[in-house]
Ligand binder design. Structure first.
Ligand SMILES: [Zn+2]
Length: 438
């Protein structure tokens, strides 16, 4: 049975490769004019969960976030309209990565619920961009992305979003990493929240703050700060390792911390009078955590960019924006409908502003940046504003030659990795504290 499926899949791959190679810009051939993307195609994607220009623009105007500001000046950028009604991050990122909605990819909830039909771990019901480009012989490094446990075989490396969990186990969870040959080195990248020193945490707190006293007075907030930052620091370590493992076509770096930090600390920033939690000492201690966290995110973004040539094609995006507390509750109610998007590429004019980007346009656009066509069953379109002349030719060619579908590339379910109930409860506890689940 497995062998039969493999045969069907390899026939599909051959079919796709034939289509891709038949494109004027495919497989290194030159068509009308020079092929727009450099060969071989490369793309760095940096996902910053919940980043919102409403927060970032005033910081940039103050001279903060210098790496993001410099990248934006070299990029075409704009605000990205996410799904309305507002949705949870796993659903949004799966839609970004597949180019189709949750009714197709099936990722609709944080955790597998009894009796609810949802994909098993990372085997979503629609192929992700790493499956599509893998069919064309391109490799991906992806780490920390939602709904990627157990990590499954791809052409490249997948580091699951469960990496930060289950630290107390004597043996790490199985299948945190594909391929397993990297598991020990990847697990060693984890940062334990308790290993962060007071002097490290002080960067998110007011100058001269007594960190130990704050940990005693506000244990929940300080615990969240430690855990969210440690997870992001761990994934930054993973990226530092992966950059030397191979020269991946798609390098997808993702930070979940900004959303977690925002859910926990945005109400201090907004000084929401309706919030009973904002007593003056607490407010003074935590008012700037969100902005100071973005200063750290900017440093991380700068470091990741520095691993690649200065003109390396790169995109930075979020899955939704962040509004902060609203009267109707926490969780997704705090999100906003406008995420961020910027792209640095010879296909797009530096400094240009997009006035319309929809979430489902992102996957077709990333495929195009990697020299591949979107599929006819993807509702979105390759971003067609702010194109350079070469970009215009390239995008028109790919839109004209959409493949019928990439759906045949959807992953076969891998072996079920026995989920540790203690790890499940650890994750539920964290999501509950953020208002995502009851
Ligand atoms: Zn959120």
């Amino acid at each position: 049975m497995v062998a039969v499926m493999r045969d069907a899949r390899s026939a599909m791959l051959t079919f796709l490769l034939l289509i891709v190679c038949a494109l004027p810009s495919g497989c290194g051939r030159r068509g009308d004019g020079p092929a727009a993307p450099a060969s071989p195609p490369r793309l760095l994607v940096i996902g910053i969960d919940s980043a919102d220009w409403g927060l970032l623009d005033p910081m940039i105007a103050e001279g903060r976030l210098p790496r993001l500001a410099a990248l934006r000046a070299q990029s075409a950028s704009g605000r990205m309209k996410t799904f309305v009604p507002l949705e949870k991050s796993p659903l949004l990122w799966a839609s970004i990565c597949t180019g189709v909605g949750p009714e197709v990819h099936g990722v609709a909830s944080f955790l597998r619920e009894e009796g609810r039909k949802s994909p098993t771990g990372s085997a979503w019901y629609a192929p992700a961009i790493w499956d599509m480009i893998g069919a064309a012989g391109q490799s991906t490094a992806v780490s920390g992305m939602w709904t990627t446990y157990p990590a499954r075989p791809i052409d490249g490396v997948m580091v699951s979003d469960y990496l930060p969990y289950g630290r107390e186990r004597s043996v790490p969870l199985a299948n945190l990493v594909y391929p397993d040959s990297l598991s020990a080195r990847i697990v060693a990248c984890r940062v334990h929240p308790d290993s962060l020193r007071a002097s490290d945490l002080a960067r998110f707190l007011p100058p001269g703050a007594d960190v130990a006293a704050l940990e005693a007075a506000f244990p929940r907030q300080m615990r969240n700060l430690r855990e969210f930052w440690a997870a992001d620091l761990g994934y930054l370590n993973v990226a530092r390792l992966l950059k030397d493992v191979a020269d991946f076509n798609l390098f997808f770096f993702y930070l979940r911390g900004p959303d977690m930090i925002s859910h926990s600390f945005y109400h201090y920033l907004k000084d929401d009078p309706a919030s009973p939690r904002n007593d003056p000492g607490e407010l003074a201690a935590f008012r700037e955590v969100v902005r100071l966290y973005y200063d750290w995110v900017d440093e991380a973004v700068g470091e990741v960019l520095s691993w690649f040539p200065p003109d390396h094609p790169a995109a930075v995006l979020s899955d939704h924006g962040f509004f902060g507390p609203r009267p109707d509750g926490h969780g997704t109610a705090e999100h906003s409908e406008w995420g961020i998007f910027l792209v640095r590429s010879p296909l797009y004019e530096a400094g240009a502003v997009f006035d319309r980007i929809e979430l489902l346009d992102i996957c077709p656009t990333f495929l195009s940046l990697l020299g591949l066509p979107p599929a006819k069953d993807m509702p979105g379109a390759i971003l067609s504003q702010s194109l350079t002349e070469a970009g215009g030719r390239h995008v028109r060619r790919l839109e004209k030659h959409r493949v019928p579908s990439y759906m045949e590339l959807r992953p076969v379910e891998g072996a079920e990795a026995g989920l540790d109930p203690a790890v499940g409860e650890e994750i539920r506890k964290q999501l509950r504290s953020l208002g995502y689940i009851n």
